[in-house]
Design a binder for this molecule. Structure first.
Ligand SMILES: Cc1ncc(COP(=O)(O)O)c(C=O)c1O
Length: 495
């Protein structure tokens, strides 16, 4: 691909024709202050409709997504998103609502928001919720703000300086804690791949503000000591933050609230099916126990005498964390998904997510080493370590592309060297799982017999469009070309 939409078309070409104006023309200067009027025309693409359609169709064919096939990115839950979600999110009453149209005209929208909050509280076993955060990491930040507020009110913030963080937590967790001014204390995993309770106990004192626990953790394992962990943290007056982005594994079966958790975030764009990738769009609602409810961000959607209102009268709130009320279209999709599946459907989601992961783990652990090879939750890790002196996990992942499948996450979690983190999700069939296992098996064979083919992969693959090839990672990092058409790397001195 070497053309952008600006490189095609011709001077004066256009893709639409406007009807003649039915109002009297007036000079621009009468309507817009002169300092705001452009001196020259904007450089917009000049293209016909068919050129636009062909250009973007060509681009879309060079992509790979859940609509193409298995997309087993561990920790990212790239699963099929039912089309009914899209239909509902596109209803004009939702899609064309204006955020400033006021409560009176937004009763349906507020009702959906309120009911989604209630459903998520039931699913998580929590008491109150905000739907504003725009992503999981944003939810974590809100959670940390809530912990801060809690200790500020208790006049203990000066001594509650630490957040305990298992090394199997998601990578965004420490960042969220540090941004809020906490010191992060890493807790290692033990031989089981779970939180090392001895080390945890050794760090417990009144300097602990809380723990951030990803459960199931990033090794795909359920923290079986969670009741003991929440008891220990509460024992020193700390709060338990539960990273619920992996709820796919337990939804409908176990609830963070029943485990003694104080704050939990949900990744609606993962568990509750909104297409995402490349950074969004998402929603990371945060639910809390009753005592933390007064600190939730404003506004909170509440119900008074059968009317839904946006409650701003919350003097203890941490404030606003998103413009308007969050990523509303994501909320519509999650609501549709939950209502469509119901309790039995949600239970089936977690059952199949875990079943699929274990089926694939069993296949792949015959070929690759699985450092924690026992029943996992919705994802698992394997490693290429020790299989070849020349071949790294990166090469295996790149070679998988040649076979038309999307590779798994690689090099995360950091605690397993040369790791592949695989999450097939509940929406792939047995045939797809078998095909994925067969591809990785072939690649393992090639690793022994023809390692060079892995080193040079991917070679051009039709599934991915014609131009997929190995990037020069080092050069890309050292000489980033950040602008289309700019031959000079960002590091060049200005001429
Ligand atoms: C366990 C876990 N926590 C947090 C996050 C962060 O979520 P987001 O990418 O929406 O910020 C992720 C994302 O994949 C995750 O897997």
């Amino acid at each position: 691909m070497n053309t952008t939409i600006f490189d095609i078309g011709a001077e004066g070409r256009t893709g639409l024709r406007l009807p003649p104006s039915d109002v009297a023309e007036r000079p621009l200067e009468e309507l817009i202050p002169s300092e705001l009027i452009r001196k020259e025309d904007p450089k917009l693409p000049q293209v016909s409709q068919i050129e636009v359609v062909r250009h973007y169709t060509k681009l879309s064919r060079m992509n790979y997504g859940v609509d193409n096939g298995i997309y087993p990115l561990g920790s990212c839950t790239m699963k099929y998103n039912p089309r009914v979600n899209e239909e509902i999110a596109r209803l004009p009453q939702f899609a064309q609502a204006h955020p400033l149209q006021g409560e009176e005209l937004s009763q349906g929208i507020l009702r959906l928001t309120y009911e989604l909050g209630e459903l998520l509280c039931v699913i998580g076993g929590m008491d109150a919720i905000t739907l504003q955060p725009a992503a999981g990491a944003h939810g974590e930040l809100v959670g940390m703000l809530l912990i801060k507020k809690h200790f500020e009110r208790a006049k203990e913030l000066h001594k509650r300086t630490k957040i305990l963080l298992p090394d199997s937590a998601h990578g965004t967790n420490p960042a969220s804690a540090v941004i809020c001014g906490f010191e992060v204390v890493h807790i290692p995993s033990d031989a089981r791949g779970l939180v090392d309770l001895e080390t945890l106990r050794a760090h417990l004192d009144e300097s602990v503000a809380g723990i951030m626990l990803t459960n199931p953790n990033t090794l795909g394992l359920f923290e079986t000591d969670i009741l003991e962990i929440t008891r220990l943290i509460h024992g020193v007056g700390g709060l338990v933050y539960y990273d619920g982005a992996n709820l796919n594994a337990i939804v409908g079966r176990a609830r963070p609230g029943d485990m003694g958790v104080d704050i939990v975030h949900y990744n609606l764009h993962k568990t509750f099916s909104t297409p995402h990738g490349g950074g969004g769009p998402g929603a990371g609602p945060v639910a809390v126990v009753k005592k933390l409810a007064p600190y939730l961000p404003v506004p909170v959607v509440t119900k008074k005498k059968n009317r839904y209102i946006l409650d701003y009268e919350r003097p203890l709130s941490v404030g606003r964390v998103h413009s308007f009320y969050g990523n509303f279209a994501v909320l519509v999709r999650a609501y549709t998904y939950i209502r469509m599946l119901g309790e039995a459907g949600l239970r089936a989601v977690s059952a199949n997510a875990v079943l699929n992961a274990n089926y694939l783990r069993t296949q792949l652990s015959k070929i690759y080493q699985a450092p924690y090879n026992r029943v996992c939750m919705h994802e698992f890790v394997i490693t290429t370590q020790g299989m070849s002196a020349q071949i790294r996990t990166l090469d295996v992942a790149k070679r998988a592309i040649d076979y038309g499948v999307h590779p798994s996450s690689i090099y995360f979690p950091l605690i397993v060297p040369e790791v592949m983190m695989i999450e097939p999700t509940e929406t792939v069939s047995k045939e797809e799982l078998d095909n994925f296992a067969e591809v990785l098996s072939k690649v393992a064979q090639e690793m022994r017999e023809n390692p060079q083919i892995l080193k040079e992969a991917p070679h051009a693959v039709p599934t991915y469009g014609a131009s997929v090839r190995r990037l020069d990672d080092v050069r890309a990092a050292k000489e980033p070309i950040l602008r289309e058409g700019n031959p000079h790397p960002a590091s060049s001195p200005p001429s």
